[in-house]
Structure formats: structure tokens, C-alpha cells
Write a protein that binds this ligand. Structure first.
Ligand SMILES: Nc1nc2c(ncn2[C@@H]2O[C@H](COP(=O)(O)OP(=O)(O)OP(=O)(O)O)[C@@H](O)[C@H]2O)c(=O)[nH]1
Ligand SMILES: [Mg+2]
Length: 348
């Protein structure tokens, strides 16, 4: 095959299925650029996905997420499992692996063909960072990676959306951030399947554990929070008697680690396995994947429909700028325009 000739989506998909690193990295770049051929390859790969266990690692800058990830990679490799890592940095203007050396302490694994590491930032990413992350996770899944670890910095909305991609989400905190614990947003609490108190060699680790415990108990005591397991679809199934498992029978474990000294990692791995078993044995896994599929599908649909509508707008009413100016000048209103356009799309 001519190396310079662009590959067809089918050729790309075949290479990705074989775990080809060059083709997979290329596909990720093309997805980032929003190329239709890349979407076509992803469509072909879809039936080959859904096998990887996706673990999210989120927390404040410098909490030790990469060090923990590095340890987890080593454990998975020792057990013969292949690993994909996506390092997401919503604050970084760089993308495409350039920041790997700086931010990620995983050099030991750089030459291991069983480990594929990719970083992602805000550049490009049509349709948002969580969508881009989801696409990279999907490619790694199609490559045959057994486990995909997604590292994200911070606790903003981006990180919460990204955490929702994972089957098991670890929230990493460090001792001596009492106020920060108070400030842990409900959103991040909601997505935490497991708390890791890293840097437990520092003072105050036990206190942090106690504070987290109190916070989790408080959550138990108050009104039920939104839970992936209690989404509408599974609630319906539950009321139909299909599943008997209660929505809140997962006790969020709190694990102390000293990632830098490889301490507590066995306990952490066990806790992750426990959650994997909990989700896989009950309705949780399907419920979570259904919720994720819903968000993804609506996102794809929205983007497609909006693009169609804007094309139609140009044909019928003028460019987006022209129409917007008319609205700004109050010669037309946005409600009637949207109705008019929707009706036209509907008829065609
Ligand atoms: N004392 C101590 N230091 C640790 C521990 N784990 C990691 N560190 C150190 O903390 C620093 C940050 O670790 P990283 O793993 O890069 O943290 P991170 O959360 O990935 O950081 P960002 O990706 O920049 O947000 C490094 O200097 C680590 O060596 C630990 O358990 N104890
Ligand atoms: Mg890091």
C-alpha cells in the first residue's frame, strides 16, 4: 500500500482493530479535526467497542493522579492486561501528546506496546472536550485495550462530563485541604465511585478520611442525589420488577495511598475491582452505559440538526450574521425565525 495515499475508513478501521498505533493516533487526530472520514471509521469500529473497562481519575492539580495512574498501569501490565491512557487537561492550550513529557509520569511505559498514552486539551475538539475524550476512549477500546484510564484535572463541569464517560471514577484528594473538601461540588460527589486520599504520608490524612466519611454519610441522610443507576430507564425497569437491586447499595470506599512510594495500591486496585464487579453483576453497568449513550446520541443529533438548519438558513433567509443583525435591530424575532426554519426542515 502506498504510504502517502490516504486510507479508506475501512482500511483505517482494520488497522485500528489490529491495535496499530500509527493508524490509531492518526484517527484520533482526524476526529479532533472533525473529518467526516474519521467519523465513518468510528462508525465501522462501533461494533468492536464496549469491551474496555473505563476508569476515570480526577482531582485537583498535583494531587498525584498521574503517579497513581502510572502505578495502576504497572499492575494491569503485570496481570497481562493492555492499557490505554487519556490525559485530559481542560486548561492547557496544547494537544496531541506534546505535553506528555511534562505532565505525565509514565515514561516507564512509553516503550511498552501494551500501553497507549494520548493527551487531549481544548484546542480543536469540535463538540466539546467530553465528546473528544469519548472518541479517543472509543478508539482505544476498538484497539483492544482492556482498561482505559482517563485522567482529568479539576472539578469543573468539563471534568464531571468526562467522569460520566467512565465506569469507575476515582476522585483523588490530598490531606490538608479541609476547606477544599467542603468545596467539593455536589457534581463531583455524585460521580465519585471511590475516593483516594493520596499523599497519605502527609499530616492530616486520617482527618481527611474522616471528613470525607462524614460528607458521604450526610449525602446518605439527605434526599437521594441523582445517580447514574437511578436514571429514568432503569427506574422504569426497576418498577417493572426487572431489577431488584436498590440504587444506593454502593458504599463509596475511601482508600489511602502514597502513590510516590507505591503504598496502598493493592487496596486501591481491589476497590476498583470491587466496583467493577458491583456494576457488572447488577443493573449498574447497563444503566451507566445507557446514560452515556443518551448524552452522546443527543449531542450527535444536536450537532447534525443544527448544521442542517444553518445550511437551510443560508439558502432561505441569509447568512447567520445577516439574520443575527436583523434580530439585533429588532426587525425580526428569533422565536418566529426558529419556528419558520424548523417548519421548513420538517417539510423537506
Ligand atoms: N509526598 C507525596 N508526594 C506524591 C505522592 N504522589 C505523588 N506525589 C508527588 O506529587 C507531585 C505531583 O504528582 P502528579 O502525579 O504529577 O500529580 P497530578 O495530579 O497528575 O498532577 P497534574 O496532572 O499536574 O494535575 C509529584 O511531584 C509527585 O511525585 C505521595 O503519595 N506523596
Ligand atoms: Mg497529571
Amino acid at each position: 500500500v502506498d504510504a502517502l495515499k490516504p486510507k479508506t475508513p475501512a482500511e483505517v478501521a482494520a488497522l485500528v482493530r489490529q491495535g496499530n498505533i500509527r493508524a490509531s493516533a492518526r484517527l484520533m487526530r482526524d476526529l479532533d479535526d472533525g473529518r467526516p472520514r474519521a467519523i465513518e471509521a468510528l462508525r465501522l469500529l462501533f461494533p468492536d467497542t464496549g469491551r474496555a473497562w473505563v476508569v476515570g481519575v480526577t482531582g485537583a492539580p498535583g494531587a498525584g493522579k498521574s503517579t497513581l495512574t502510572d502505578r495502576l498501569i504497572a499492575m494491569h501490565r503485570a496481570a497481562g492486561r493492555t492499557v490505554g491512557v487519556v490525559a485530559v487537561d481542560p486548561t492547557s492550550p496544547f494537544s496531541g501528546g506534546a505535553i506528555l513529557g511534562d505532565r505525565i509520569r509514565m515514561q516507564d511505559h512509553a516503550n511498552d506496546p501494551g500501553v497507549f498514552i494520548r493527551s487531549l486539551a481544548t484546542r480543536g475538539n469540535l463538540g466539546g472536550l467530553s465528546r473528544a475524550t469519548g472518541e479517543v476512549v472509543r478508539v482505544m477500546d476498538a484497539m483492544g485495550k482492556d482498561v482505559v484510564i482517563v485522567e482529568t484535572v479539576g472539578v469543573g463541569q468539563d471534568e464531571i462530563d468526562i467522569a460520566r464517560l467512565a465506569h469507575t471514577t476515582l476522585v483523588v484528594v490530598v490531606p490538608g485541604m479541609g476547606d477544599d473538601i467542603q468545596a467539593i461540588k455536589a457534581g463531583i460527589l455524585e460521580v465519585a465511585d471511590l475516593f483516594v486520599v493520596n499523599k497519605a504520608d502527609r499530616e492530616g490524612a486520617d482527618r481527611t478520611v474522616r471528613e470525607l466519611k462524614a460528607m458521604l454519610e450526610l449525602r446518605h441522610a439527605t434526599a437521594p442525589m441523582a445517580d447514574p443507576v437511578s436514571d429514568a430507564a432503569s427506574a422504569r425497569r426497576r418498577s417493572a420488577g426487572e431489577f431488584s437491586a436498590p440504587a444506593h447499595d454502593w458504599e463509596v470506599p475511601i482508600v489511602k495511598t502514597v502513590a510516590a512510594r507505591n503504598e496502598g495500591l493493592d487496596e486501591l486496585a481491589k476497590a476498583i475491582e470491587g466496583h467493577q464487579k458491583y456494576l457488572s453483576d447488577g443493573p449498574g453497568k447497563l444503566a451507566r452505559e445507557t446514560q452515556r449513550a443518551r448524552a452522546e446520541f443527543v449531542g450527535i443529533l444536536r450537532e447534525k440538526l443544527v448544521r442542517q438548519a444553518l445550511l437551510r438558513l443560508e439558502d432561505e433567509l441569509g447568512t447567520l450574521d445577516e439574520v443575527s443583525e436583523r434580530i439585533a435591530r429588532r426587525t425580526q424575532d428569533p422565536y418566529s425565525l426558529a419556528d419558520e426554519l424548523a417548519a421548513k426542515l420538517h417539510r423537506s
